[in-house]
Design a protein around this ligand. Structure first.
Ligand code: TXA
Ligand code: MG
Length: 345
């Protein structure tokens, strides 16, 4: 693999360093290399979306299953429209309301798209990210950029500079860091190929916000409400291929305590005493005391930190969530990290 990754700390760089760094990154993308870069959701690992060899390297570096399609990041609406045969009024309204931002639109892919980018699907997920560094990189590369989250497959998505460096240093030619990602969980993935659009992966842009801003009603992929950990045996089949993998799994065992706050506290204390007495190192998370925004912002960092601190068990207290709001998106990630181990109180 690549040795000696160039790391550009964008926040601390001078204006000329930023300019030279972005130029370098764009050149790496143009000649088929990989660059990790910040977005407003999580860090991404980018390659030229139209270059099959470049995209192939993303799968290799991450250890990503070949059946999991990549989101293609664009610099503007024209570039998005050129990558699909289905840019319609709904797409236009959604883009006007939420782009640049944490919403991915799944649409029929244009002819000539490399199969590897979309994992052979006839659709492509398009997103115009809100982070200025991401936007500058895509514009300067003059290519659409395929980018999954910049973690090794199976681990939590990186939301801080140190996460992306821990996972990818010396594995890619260049990493651009710019502090913490504002949102903290990945974009909402919305399938627009259906008559009623469907949320395949919940995120910061909620069904309620979509309706409020565009008048478009969307439903949730029913698989999102099925707490199954064994995809193969259950026949549970989410429409976004990536949603079927056990993601975000820390080394520690995660147990979700779900219910009213007045029950979570005592039960957490009880379980903590039992496990501590058994010699386990226990971490207690009172996510129920945080706003959904703050829980989203902190979740992946908490998972990584628990591992670094050598935790054996994470007890995660959480309020029961309602369909369609941000707490549902946070809960989706938490349940995956817990392998659906939930105690309902
Ligand atoms: O916020 C994000 O979306 C971040 C940043 C870097 O943009 N990216 C990200 O990519 O989370 P990734 O590859 O980790 O997750 C992409 C998800 C997967 O669950 C994948 O299966 C789904 O989107 N997806 C991508 N293209 C799709 C398509 N054409 N149809 C259905 N699902 C798709
Ligand atoms: Mg990912």
């Amino acid at each position: 693999m690549t040795c000696c990754t160039i790391i550009l700390n964008y926040d601390e760089a001078t204006a000329p360093e930023r300019e030279a760094g972005l130029e370098k990154a764009a050149a790496i993308i143009r000649r088929g290399g990989l660059v990790a870069f910040p977005t407003e959701t999580v860090y991404g690992l980018g390659a030229d979306a139209l270059n099959p060899e470049a995209v192939g390297q993303i799968f290799t570096v991450k250890g990503r299953p070949a059946d999991n399609p990549l989101i293609v990041h664009v610099a503007d609406l024209d570039q998005a429209a050129a990558l699909t045969t289905g840019w319609d009024d709904r797409a236009e309204r959604l883009a006007a309301a939420f782009w640049p931002g944490p919403l991915t639109l799944v649409l029929p892919r244009a002819d000539g798209f490399p199969d590897i980018t979309t994992a052979g699907l006839s659709t492509v997920g398009l997103r115009l990210p809100g982070h200025p560094v991401a936007r500058a990189l895509i514009s300067q590369a003059e290519r659409p950029i395929a980018a999954p989250s910049a973690n090794l497959s199976g681990g939590p998505s990186p939301t801080r500079a140190e996460h992306v460096i821990a996972d990818l240093n010396d594995k890619v030619p260049m990493i651009i860091t710019a502090g913490d990602c504002r949102v903290g969980i990945e974009s909402t993935v919305l399938d627009l190929t259906l008559e009623t659009p469907e949320i395949l992966r919940p995120g910061f842009v909620t069904a309620g916000a979509i309706f409020e801003k565009t008048g478009i009603r969307v439903t949730m992929d029913p698989a999102l409400n099925t707490a199954r950990q064994n995809y193969a045996e259950s026949g549970w089949k989410p429409k976004a291929p990536g949603m079927k993998y056990r993601h975000y799994a820390p080394k520690a065992e995660v147990i979700v305590l779900r219910g009213p706050a007045e029950r979570i506290g005592p039960e957490m204390k009880r379980l903590c005493q039992i496990e501590t007495a058994a010699g386990k190192q226990v971490v207690e998370w009172r996510l129920n005391e945080l706003s959904p925004e703050k829980a989203a912002f902190e979740l992946f960092d908490r998972l990584r930190r628990a591992d670094l601190e050598g935790a054996d068990i994470i007890l995660a207290g959480t309020v029961s969530q309602t369909d369609g709001d941000l707490s549902f998106a946070v809960m989706n990630r938490l349940l995956k990290s817990a392998g659906y181990h939930v105690i309902d109180l």
